[in-house]
Each structure stands twice: as C-alpha cells, then as structure tokens.
Write a protein that binds this ligand. Structure first.
Ligand code: HGY
Ligand code: MN
Ligand code: MN
Length: 415
C-alpha cells in the first residue's frame, strides 16, 4: 500500500493548539502542574472538549458506566481499530503524559475524515490511568479488563482526599458503577489497538530517534508498607528505649535500591510516598507508611524483589521490637505487544523517513489491560530530557505529527 504523506505542519499546529487548550485553567486545578483527575470539574471539562471535537467530525461519543470516554465512527461492536490513551494527569503532571495520546488519536480521526480514508475507528480515553484520584493506577482500563473487583471498588479503593469509596464517588458524579461489568464492551469489535504516548524517558532523545515503536511494557507491583512503632518524647527517651519506625523505613529504602540493582534485568524499585505520623520535630514517630513501586520487563525479577523487600521489612522491624504490615495495592504483568501491529508500525514509521527505534516501555499504560483481548502496540514520542510526572515535561508537536502519520498508515495496512 502506498505510504500516505500527511500535511505534518498542519497536524503539528493542531496538536500544539489542543495541548495548549488542555493545559489551560479550565483543565487543571493547579497553575504550575497539570492536576486533573477522575470526577473533578477539570476532568469533566477535558472530556467535554474531546466530546465536542469528536462530534464535530461525526463521531458518536459516550462514556462507559464509570466514565471512560469512547467515540466511534461505526456502530457499537462493528469491526474497527482502536486508538487513544488517558486524559487524566499525575498529581504533579505535565501537559503531555496521556493527553498527547488522546490528542494524537483525535488528530487521526480528523485526518481520516478530511482525507476521506473511511477507516473504522474507535477513540478511547481511559478513566483514572494515573491513580491521582484513588491511588490505583490504570483503574479505568482495569475495570474494562475485569482486573479489579466490585468489593475493591466499594471498599478498598478510596478517594485520596476524602476517603470516600470509588463506588460512592462515581455515583455522586452521576455514573453507574453497578454496571461496571458492561465496561468491557467498549472493546467489542476492535481488531487492533494503538496507544500513542510520550516516552517518559530519554532514550529516543539520546539516540536521536523521532519515533519509538513499543514491543513490550514492563510489569509492576504497587504496595504499601506500614511500620508500627511507639510515639515517645524525642528528647526524654534514651536511644535504647525507642521503637522508632523511621529506622526501618531508612533501612528499607537502601535495601530496595540494593535488591533492584542486584536483580538487574532492568528491574527498578522506588519509594515515592512517605507518611510519618505524627510527623513532629520533637516526637518519635508512632508509625510510618511508605509506598513500593517495583517494575521490570521480567515478572520473576520484580516480583522477586517485592518478595525480598517485604521479608526484609519484617525482619528489620522485628529486630527492633516492632511490626510491619505489607499491603499490596495491585500488580500488572509485563505485557508483550502484538508482533503484527508492531511490524506494521515499524514499516509505516520507516516510510516517514524519520529515525525509528523499537523499544520497551518502563512506564505502565492502559494498553497492558487492552492487550488481554485486543492485539495491541504503542508508539512513543520523544520526551525532552526524559522528564515526566513533572510540569517540566515537554515534547515537540512536530515529532507527534510524524507518529500520527506512521499510525495512520499502519492502520490503513491493518484494517
Ligand atoms: O506510572 C506510570 O507508569 C504511568 O505513567 N502512570
Ligand atoms: Mn500516561
Ligand atoms: Mn503517567
């Protein structure tokens, strides 16, 4: 099939315009970072923006029972190719993570109509990918894939700021979580799925490539470790009388680093959240809670590190007369992409004439959940200096336009 060259300048300009609009005050509750998460007015404004833009080009737009947006130019369940990402943000978000993928998918839908290509397309923007509202990453796509439970949505998955359950929060926002089992139907009829996304690392930049084709996504475990000590006076309590949980925290952070490096196989471990109670300069902590984010392309590796750091935490606490609880939040397995879609993307990307790299993703994506039932792949856009999950995050619309051209051509070859 002849490679179709698009007007890249025009597409880059529209992408830039969409991104600027979606980083404006109506779309974020913070003036510095993008802060936009499920069931907030800012998130609703963003969904409304995509709805208007898609309806203007003839798409039928609806939401699944909990708020994942799905737009079709074919009847529900008819054969079609899926494109999209997420438009919620990290709590310290940049304007490109997730949003760029939905904007690029919107641009593909626009070009399909303008160029009269007649491609059957379904655009999806998954709810709550970042976990910024409820502390649970990929929540919308896990609901679609049945990778969570009704009990969790009613009991353990709670809004970080209010403590209200996901179930009640969704209902209060006008959604119907009781119909969550219908969410999987948004994937009905999909013959393939491609998620465009910024790379969130600096491999493409440092290797001077402009398009990344993702052939695998790292798996991960998310958990919390609670250390129970005793809140004594910081000045009056002799050192050998203390039950200070921050000592266990300190040992665990360094041990996690050691275990991840020792394991290798691109295994990574991060303690990103630390809560100390009561957190007073003159009081020994009563308890500490810290998060574990352990990932890698090899399940046995990162799961092994999770098991070893959990055992270490128990032992480190016990030797000081304290106890710990390790509470797992979730895990998602490492996910290979579909070879046929990867090959179509590699061919289409090569035909753009731009330098292309096939690579794995260290970051998690909704595509991991879509992959259960639909052949999937991803396309990465270079990310300035690899900065992401920070307002410093940046990317180039002209790089995104190149990937739009590649994805459009790959879909033409696949449908
Ligand atoms: O953290 C992640 O992997 C994704 O960016 N939410
Ligand atoms: Mn993302
Ligand atoms: Mn993210």
């Amino acid at each position: 099939m002849e490679h179709l060259r698009i007007d890249r300048e025009k597409t880059a300009a529209r992408i830039a315009q969409d991104i600027e609009t979606l980083s404006g005050p109506a779309h974020t509750r913070d003036a510095v970072a993008i802060r936009r998460y499920a069931y907030t007015p800012e998130y609703a404004a963003t969904i409304a923006y995509f709805t208007r833009e898609l309806e203007a080009i003839g798409f039928t737009v609806e939401q699944d029972p909990v708020g994942t947006l799905v737009a079709r130019n074919v009847p529900k369940g008819a054969p079609a190719f899926g494109i999209g990402s997420h438009s919620d943000s990290n709590r310290n978000g940049g304007k490109w993570d997730g949003t760029l993928g939905v904007v690029m998918a919107l641009e593909i839908c626009r070009l399909n109509q303008e160029l009269g290509l007649g491609l059957p397309l379904v655009l999806i923007s998954f709810l709550e990918e970042e976990g910024s509202g409820f502390g649970q990453m990929l929540l919308g796509s896990r609901i679609v894939a049945g990778r969570t439970t009704e009990q969790a949505m009613k009991e353990t998955i709670r809004e970080l700021d209010s403590g209200r359950s996901f179930w009640e929060t969704a209902q209060a926002a006008g959604y119907q979580p009781e119909r969550w089992r219908e969410s999987k139907e948004i994937l009905d009829g999909l013959i393939g799925w491609i998620e465009p996304h910024i790379e969130q690392a600096r491999v493409l930049q440092d290797t001077e490539n402009r398009i990344g084709i993702v052939n695998a996504i790292a798996g991960y475990v998310h958990a919390d470790i609670h250390v129970h000590g005793r809140d004594d006076h910081a000045g009056a309590t002799p050192m050998n009388f203390r039950l200070d949980p921050t000592t266990v925290l300190a040992e665990c952070i360094l041990e996690l680093e050691r275990l991840a490096i020792e394991e290798g196989h691109a295994t990574v471990g991060t303690v990103g959240e630390i809560e100390v109670h009561p957190s007073l300069i003159n009081a020994i902590a009563r308890s500490v809670r810290f998060s574990l984010d352990i990932r890698g392309p090899r399940d046995a590796s990162y799961i092994g590190v999770f098991e070893r750091i959990s055992a270490f935490a128990h032992a480190a606490a016990a030797k000081r007369g304290m106890t710990v609880e390790v509470v797992e939040r979730q895990r998602n397995p490492a996910t290979p992409m579909d070879a046929r879609i990867v090959a179509a993307l590699e061919a289409a990307a090569a035909a753009t004439g731009a330098p292309v790299l096939t690579m794995h993703s260290g970051a998690a994506h909704d595509t991991m959940c879509v992959a259960d039932t639909v052949p999937t792949a991803m396309v990465f856009v270079p990310c300035k200096d690899g900065l992401s999950h920070t307002p410093l995050e940046d990317a180039k619309p002209e790089d995104a336009a190149l990937s739009v051209e590649a994805i459009l051509n790959a879909i033409r070859a696949l449908v």
